[in-house]
Design a protein around this ligand. Sequence first.
Ligand code: ADP
Ligand code: MG
Length: 362
Amino acid sequence: MNDINEKNAGLSIKLENLTKIFTDKRGNETLAVDALNVVIPPGQLVSLLGPSGCGKSTTLYMIAGLLRPSDGKIYFGDNDVTRVSPDKRGIGLVFQNYALYPHMTVRQNILFPLENMNIQREEALKLALEMAELVGISDQLDKKPAELSGGQQQRVAIARALVKKPDVLLLDEPLSNLDARLRLQMREEIKRIQRETGITTIFVTHDQEEAMSISDLMIVLDFGKEQQMDSPQQIYYNPKNMFVAKFLGSPPINTSTAEVINKEIKINGLVLDKTNAKDGKYNIGIRPEDFRIVQNGVFNFKHDEVEIEVIGRDTMIRFNFGGSQVRAIVDSDSILDKDELSIGVKKGKVLLFDIETGRVVV
Ligand SMILES: Nc1ncnc2c1ncn2[C@@H]1O[C@H](COP(=O)(O)OP(=O)(O)O)[C@@H](O)[C@H]1O
Ligand SMILES: [Mg+2]
């Protein structure tokens, strides 16, 4: 494909009606990926995010060429690569379990993809060293994988995936085997490596927080279907449906049912906010941070009627309302040492969802 010495400006990826149906021996069908239509702009880090079994890996392996789509097409730039073999697609692939060769040194592992290419030994060594430096393991080249930490092993796997200077980097839950501290560190590292190389990257994860922190764009999947594609901020603040609203955010969005009467959103007679939605029943969602302490709020409690947990700058207040527990995150400074606590909802922050379809109502 590309010349190995050329720095890639990144390539766009287009999925057109991409579909995968698995059929087992008895003829039972699983619709793993359901007519995905997505355009991934060049040079972006895009997450495929969704719960376990929603079709993330299947999508990634079709892009990699390891699985054949049941229907639809995959384009890299203007090229239809749907029928191109994996080794000719110009991709680098990184798995959750690193998949390094245990008997080889770090250097040999990184060199491995270059083996069957027509590259001089000296040139290959130079490329391997360049990749080792990029991922920050150039001082570990003579070690075997077992002598490295999980984070270092994943760095080697990334260097190995990048050594052929692919157009596209594909990562399948690459941080899941790391402990919490390393996971945070490697998250930042992957972001840095992606920025430095400018390589179009697809990052599969079930961890919404990880996806939110690392991605330029996220594609949220459920049951093989695209739910929403946008920037993390957009998806968080403007979810298209109840599933997306609930899948993102920690602590999760508060949900309930409410009624709109004459442009007022009401629960149990309390007015939460104004709206332009037409009268009727809705499911609603309020993010924990969209509450605040006010003078005359919607929810009024004595201090001992709620649970208060100070988390540094923020304070989490938990209270029962309409039979369910509500979590509100407010400024620690705003909680005065009075006996009464009045909690309001910030304006324009109550999300309304159609009860039937789950779609957001605007
Ligand atoms: N080789 C396979 N044969 C049959 N079903 C499969 C196969 N691979 C995945 N599936 C099914 O396809 C769906 C999506 O799986 P997968 O893409 O692995 O999900 P994720 O990576 O999001 O956890 C699941 O229902 C899974 O059981
Ligand atoms: Mg998977």
